[in-house]
Design a protein around this ligand. Sequence first.
Ligand code: PLP
Length: 388
Amino acid sequence: MTSLNDDYSLLAPGPVNLHPEVRKALALPMIHHRTPEFDKILKRVLTNIKTVFQTEQDVYLLTSTGSGGMEALLVNVLSPGDHIIAIVSGKFGERWAEMAKTFGTDVSTIHVPWGEAVQVSEVETLLKKKPNTRAVLCQACETSTAVAHPIQELASLVKNYSETLFLVDGITALGAYPLPMDSWGIDGLVAGSQKAFMLPTGMAFISFSQKAWKFIETAQCPRFYFDVRKEKAANKNGETFFSSNVALVRALDVVLELIQTQGLTQLFHTIHRRAEFVRHFGQKLGFTLYSKSPSDSVTALQVPPQMDGQKIRLHLEQVHKITIMGGQDQAKGKIIRIGHMGYIQDEEQLRLIECLGHTLRHFDPDFMSLEHISNITQEAKNYLEQNP
Ligand SMILES: Cc1ncc(COP(=O)(O)O)c(C=O)c1O
């Protein structure tokens, strides 16, 4: 069976397979960013990207990876010495807490066991103790554990504290499942280009609520490249402050058009369907779900006890040309992680299940027979046909 992506499947939780139209846009000749031609594209992108953030606020385009966007959220609203609460449930929560400490804030960490979502009551208890908290930080999806945190409930909680902002890392969530910034009351939201926006790595997108803008003028953390005030002023004049990332912005224009055409509801459905499929047939193959609050953007499958997730990942890539991710730190070797964002065809989903079966059998021929793999693959095929 051939995949539609040149026989290679990038099923990682970012970067992801690119849509053919995006690949075409990336191959266009370069133009300068201070041209009427680019100005038109930028204007359209700055308007259309708000649909994905589900916000009336402006969204800013940063030429940096997602981590730069995480930094931008912090430095624009925080001052050294501010008390913040960081929810740490995996690698990316750790990174954000570390970043906040680097900028001299006073960080209280809520450590959540890997694979679990934060208890809203824990955050509430801490906020009651420290009502002067300036920000609560949380990943919408903690990619290292494939956990979706209860963002809506956390936002409702933080709304009660007039001096506290809720900053959300939506890098592996925005555009993959609902994260409506305005209606839920998220104060700072960051997304990354290489995830549900189906672009190469290299851009971050951020937005702030009106509540957050109150703090932007007075925040004292050092900021230069990520000073959102510069970007706001430049955007008002139809430009970006620094050189624009012409190639990615042009490709983003294509993606936003694709998203507008199908609508967010359909996009979320498509990604949810992929996640359901992998969760269902992953378990049929003998994996168990690692996350107790599974995200639709990425699935973490715990490998059977006698197997090594790192070896499974490598075999799948080297023999079957499918790239997925393994586990990190304490989950290394124990899990594999499969992304559901980007341009993924049903054939690739099916091939993934079939090849995972053969990979398990490669490491332990007694684990499953060829007939069993064939039966599961057939069942998976029927499932996809019956669940459009
Ligand atoms: C939830 C989350 N936050 C932050 C990042 C960091 O993004 P980047 O690697 O683009 O800096 C990632 C990357 O995978 C992520 O999944």
